[in-house]
Design a protein around this ligand. Structure first.
Ligand code: ADP
Ligand code: ZN
Length: 215
């Protein structure tokens, strides 16, 4: 089962993808996390991606596709994967379909989490991310048990370098211009399920499960 989780930045994609992955016992594959990991490792892809990420614009398709293809070939993705943050352009969606078709697989379902823009900015400005494992917290809604420290791995938590208001606005614009058309791509193929992303994390998770049970 290859499941695509979509939604604007700050919609709660990462949180819900992690829960779905645990629930379905398949890995969460986040291109944002893969890219941040590549940056930490100082790899060539990481170096080339850094400037785009900090500005809030998209990393070029070929870099992201190389990362995702390599990741999906790993053994733990055999039974399936939850794709989080990919595809983000129609070109990526087409290449994903091609890539999966070569392995006799396909996208099983696409869930889009819908949240309005003001709520998104508020959520992202309060967001804290673990620099070591990528776990996500929020200053007000979900603070770590020990200030500044990750509940999962005890790494340091801080604001991501692209979680400032300018970069957030750019990311929202990028979403509207480049990623929203991906929703039309999947809707046209009858593969899209839309889910209300407001309210508590448990409510959203239930809505996603309901949407998937009818998909
Ligand atoms: P958010 O959902 O809050 O925008 P992500 O962790 O998903 O955060 O992505 C962070 C940044 O990584 C993006 O702004 C973009 O620069 C880059 N990125 C992630 N996924 C992709 C992708 N599929 N294509 C291009 N760039 C990507
Ligand atoms: Zn951590």
């Amino acid at each position: 089962m290859i499941l695509v989780l979509m939604g604007p930045p700050g919609a709660g994609k990462g949180t819900q993808a992690a829960r779905l992955a645990a629930d379905m016992s398949i890995p969460q594959v986040s291109t944002g996390d893969l890219l941040r990991e590549a940056r930490r490792d100082g790899s060539d892809i990481g170096k080339r991606a850094a400037g785009y990420m900090d500005a809030g614009t998209l990393v070029p398709d070929d870099l992201v596709i190389a990362l995702i293809e390599r990741r999906l070939e790993q053994g733990d993705c055999k039974p399936g994967a939850i794709l989080d943050g990919f595809p983000r352009t129609v070109a990526q969606a087409i290449q994903l379909d091609d890539m999966l078709e070569r392995g006799q697989r396909q996208v099983g379902a696409v869930v889009s989490i819908m949240v309005n823009e003001d709520e998104i900015v508020e959520r992202i400005l309060g967001r804290l991310t673990c620099g070591q494992c990528g776990a996500v917290f929020h200053r007000l809604i979900k603070p770590p048990a020990v200030a500044g420290q990750c509940d999962v791995c005890e790494g340091g938590v801080s604001s991501r370098s692209d979680d400032n208001e300018d970069a957030i606005r750019t990311r929202l614009q990028t979403y509207t211009n480049q990623t929203a058309p991906v929703l039309d791509y999947y809707a046209g193929a009858g593969r899209l399920e839309k889910v209300d992303g407001t309210g508590g994390m448990d409510d959203v998770f239930e809505r996603i499960q309901d949407a998937l049970s009818v998909a």
